[in-house]
Design a protein around this ligand. Structure first.
Ligand SMILES: Nc1ncnc2c1ncn2[C@@H]1O[C@H](COP(=O)(O)OP(=O)(O)OP(=O)(O)O)[C@@H](O)[C@H]1O
Ligand SMILES: [Mg+2]
Length: 217
């Protein structure tokens, strides 16, 4: 069972991945909690480069895809062991962020085609103003963020959010969760969706597949 949590900066992905992971574990499942960019060599390179802001968006997109290629190997291995894999960010992030930087969604889709589709993607949806407010309190950045920087960040995240919402219309696996409520409220919504997905995953495991039947008869 493969779950991805997506959303703009400060939407609460990290918070809800951790809470969800604990809840799924308490239900008796083996889990694997992970994130992108990864802690692997390409992920580290991405973090450094993003800090310095020295790469153009096409290079960034290719590096994210390269990091993901490594990530997918680990994810597949854990899924093969029957684990519930929960990732903070996946290829939808590449489409939303690099798409907001002006790259073609078709090209982004193409370079990420190798990445398997999750069973469920939760999109934590929130207006950029609210998300920025949350991050600012976290890093006590608020007073030092100049008006202009704030405006640019808000405009950019608004574009990212719009692409995410468009992707939700296109991909059936994406469920939108209103992330403006309290952590408890949002987590309740997250658990409801995941609980349902786990039940149908269990059903599928019980039923023999068409292939199993064909092999049997
Ligand atoms: N529903 C909520 N209400 C109020 N504060 C929240 C809520 N959810 C998360 N927060 C707080 O907002 C901040 C950002 O949350 P978090 O780090 O989980 O977001 P994120 O989506 O993982 O961000 P990033 O994209 O930067 O990784 C944290 O300080 C967190 O405690
Ligand atoms: Mg996070």
């Amino acid at each position: 069972m493969f779950i991805a949590i997506e959303g703009i900066d400060g939407s609460g992905k990290g918070t809800h991945c951790k809470l969800l992971n604990r809840w799924v574990k308490d239900k008796g499942y083996d889990t694997f909690l992970t994130k992108e960019p990864t802690d692997g060599p390409v992920g580290k390179l991405i973090r450094e480069a993003l800090k310095k802001g020295e790469l153009d968006s096409k290079t960034e997109a290719l590096l994210f895809a390269a990091d993901r290629s490594e990530h997918v190997k680990v994810i597949s291995e854990k899924l093969g062991e029957g684990k519930v894999v929960i990732t903070e960010r996946y290829f939808f992030s590449s489409m939303a962020y690099q798409g907001a930087s002006g790259l073609s969604l078709e090209w982004l889709r193409e370079i990420n085609r190798f990445a398997p589709m999750p069973d469920l993607v939760l999109l934590l949806d929130i207006p950029p103003e609210v998300a920025i407010e949350r991050i600012s309190t976290k890093n006590s950045l608020r007073s030092s963020v100049r008006e202009r920087e704030y405006f640019e960040k808000k405009e950019f995240l608004a574009k990212v959010r719009d692409i995410y919402l468009d992707l939700a219309k296109e991909y059936e696996v994406i469920s939108i969760i209103n992330a403006t409520g309290s952590i408890e409220e949002v987590q309740t919504a997250v658990r409801r969706k995941v609980g349902r997905a786990i039940s149908s995953w269990e059903e599928k495991k019980k039923k023999p597949s068409q292939k199993d039947l064909e092999e049997y008869f």
